[in-house]
Design a binder for this molecule. Structure first.
Ligand SMILES: [Zn+2]
Length: 148
């Protein structure tokens, strides 16, 4: 089991950990600050540094109930001490995007009683689907003003 540090501290950008297992696409650590994805927010990317070598982590994957730091090519071996660093610019933008979506959902629910039916999030942009009875021409403009 991997201890997920970002559940306790969502502003943690770097951490130290040990490789406890290798998988076909990456490594499992004893602890991580990478967000595994979920609740509409994509998983984190970043790097693991072992000694002189830096491994690019494409994202944190869920595989057979394990959290795998996806790495192309060579992997740090089991037992290796690694220093993890999130792609903080991307993660912070995702957090801000996520918060903006919650505000949007709140406004649409309050003013239109419409629930979210789907969506998709990227750093800095997102799509949200709402079940609306009808939509006026100035809807988008009104939303921008209210959400600000
Ligand atoms: Zn949320």
């Amino acid at each position: 089991m991997t201890e997920i540090l970002c559940y306790d501290d969502s502003y943690l950008r770097e951490f130290d950990a040990t490789v406890i297992e290798t998988a076909p696409k990456g490594v499992v650590l004893d602890r991580t600050a990478f967000y595994p994805g979920g609740g509409g927010q994509p998983a984190d990317s970043g790097a693991l540094i072992a000694g002189e070598v830096s491994y690019t982590v494409k994202r944190l994957l869920r595989q057979d109930g394990k959290l795998v730091h996806e790495i192309d090519g060579d992997l740090p071996p089991v037992g290796a001490s690694v220093h993890g660093a999130l792609d903080w610019e991307r993660r912070y933008l995702l957090m801000r995007t996520h918060t903006a979506l919650h505000i949007l959902c709140g406004v649409v629910w309050r003013d239109y009683g419409a629930q979210v039916t789907g969506g998709n999030m990227q750093p800095g942009s997102a799509r949200m689907d709402f079940e609306l009875e009808n939509m006026s021409a100035d809807f988008a403009e009104r939303m921008e003003t209210l959400v600000e």
